[in-house]
Design a protein around this ligand. Structure first.
Ligand code: IMP
Length: 433
């Protein structure tokens, strides 16, 4: 199996960075296929902790090439800042190993402005709680055909004309939101000053990916955000604006779905969500605080405290369905140690009866589905040194078994701490037939 998609099975922040990093040990190519600098993939190497927002997590492997796919939206300042930071830390061959799709879209200053103004001006019940990185407006421009391919950096005159058109289209919106319309020069400044450094990195991501798949080398498609934030399959409208699910890897990387080998979902051992929107198993009080503090659940991009809650098994069943999950990797099992009580959501009660899958469109409003919780045995033992299932306390093994049984997807990995080595590996998805 030469290609694997790694996808978030919840609302993002599942710990994909660490898992991608582990699985890329032997991958030649890592392709990010969706989203932009709204993501924050935390990588821990020894004592070093690094958060990458645009560059694929595989960048820390010196022999791995990394591609930013055409499904992405790119803020040039963030990208250059990341390249500089990686270089400063001694990862010197970054630019030789990085290709940015010339069909990915630029995030422009007016996208960030509109995102910020909208969030500030929205009614409390309508604010999405976005990361204010310009993601939504950049994808809006892509869909209404006013977007800007990164390839336009090669042709500044054409770029200028297109930015002028887009600026006029945004003018009434910026005015209605009480903002100050940027000048053409202001809007163009970041792109123009990034040109010299970025143009040499541009390439045909689809072709590079296809060629690697044809040679049979290991290719990893790195998802960002998570299934429940996907614009089609998430808790709409409280979602991001891209195709975060595994299917997005095909369009976002520019390959056909038949070229995708395995799909691995990543889930935390509990649930978190950052930003607004439904979260049926959300916890308030001591258990929620335990998860937030022991799990260090603060946004890696915005620093916001994450909302925390019990593991939602019907939501994982839903993720298994819409992504076609072949395996699940579970992260942060160690965070559950010492909880005074431990529950999981096993079903939902709806006006039409009890259901085993997440009723995605019935999570709010009249007749909203209510989660059915099941209490499971707790444990107090430290898990961080465990390297096999046998080294886990019985209650922790039981927890994993309950998950596997409810979701009907085998586990491939259990993470018991932030370090690379704090991992119980059960199966290598690249080797699975
Ligand atoms: P946007 O992607 O900035 O437009 O934000 C839309 C929603 O997705 C908000 O609720 C964000 O908090 C959430 N979101 C976006 N990116 C991430 C992520 O990487 N992890 C978790 N939540 C995210």
């Amino acid at each position: 199996m030469s290609s694997v998609v790694i996808v978030g099975a919840q609302w993002g922040d599942e710990g994909k960075g660490k898992i991608v990093d582990i699985y890329t040990e032997f991958a030649e190519l890592v392709v990010r296929y969706a989203g932009g600098p709204n993501a924050g993939h935390t990588l821990v190497i020894g004592d070093e902790k690094l958060v990458v927002r645009l560059v694929p997590s595989g960048i820390l492997r010196p022999n791995t090439r990394c591609v930013l796919g055409q499904g992405m939206v790119v803020d040039v300042d963030v990208l250059l800042g990341e390249i500089d930071e990686l270089t400063r830390r001694g990862h010197t061959s970054v630019t030789e190993r990085l290709v940015v799709s010339d069909r990915a879209h630029l995030i422009m200053p007016y996208h960030i402005l509109v995102d910020t103004l909208r969030e500030a001006g929205a009614r409390a019940d309508q604010a999405i709680g976005t990361t204010k990185k310009g993601i939504g407006p950049a994808y809006e421009d892509k869909a209404r055909r006013l977007g800007l391919h990164l390839g336009l950096l090669r042709s500044p005159d054409v770029l200028r004309e297109k930015v002028a058109l887009a600026l006029e289209a945004w003018r009434p919106i910026i005015e209605a939101l009480g903002g100050e319309q940027p000048s053409l020069e202001e809007a163009l400044a970041p792109a123009l000053s990034a040109r010299d450094r970025l143009v040499p990195l541009l390439g045909d991501a689809s072709h590079i990916t296809h060629e690697a798949l044809t040679r049979g080398v290991r290719v990893m498609f790195e998802g960002a955000q998570g299934t429940l934030l996907d614009v089609d399959h998430g808790t709409y409208p409280f979602v991001t604006s891209s195709s975060a699910v595994a299917g997005g890897a095909a369009t976002g990387a520019g390959i056909g779905p038949s070229r995708i080998g395995k799909v691995v979902g990543i889930t935390k051992a509990y649930t978190t969500r950052v930003g607004a929107g439904p979260f049926p198993t959300e916890l308030e009080g001591a258990s929620g605080d335990h998860l937030r503090h022991v799990g260090a659940e603060f946004g890696s991009v915005t620093g916001r405290p994450r909302r925390t809650g019990w593991l939602d098994l019907p939501a994982l069943r839903y993720a298994a369905r819409v992504n076609g999950l072949d395996a699940l990797a579970i992260t942060k099992l160690d965070v559950l140690t010492g909880l005074p009580e431990l529950k999981v959501c096993v079903a939902y009660d709806t006006p039409d009866g009890r259901v085993a899958d997440l009723p995605i469109d019935r999570l709010t409003g009249p007749g909203a589905a209510t989660p059915v919780l099941e209490a499971l045995p707790t444990w107090t033992e430290d898990l961080s040194q465990a390297r096999s299932l046998a080294e886990l306390p019985e209650a922790a093994r039981g927890y994993l078994k309950r998950l596997e049984q409810a979701v009907e997807v085998p586990l491939c990995l259990v993470s018991v701490g932030p370090g690379r080595h704090q991992t119980i590996t059960l199966q290598d998805p690249f080797d699975a037939r």
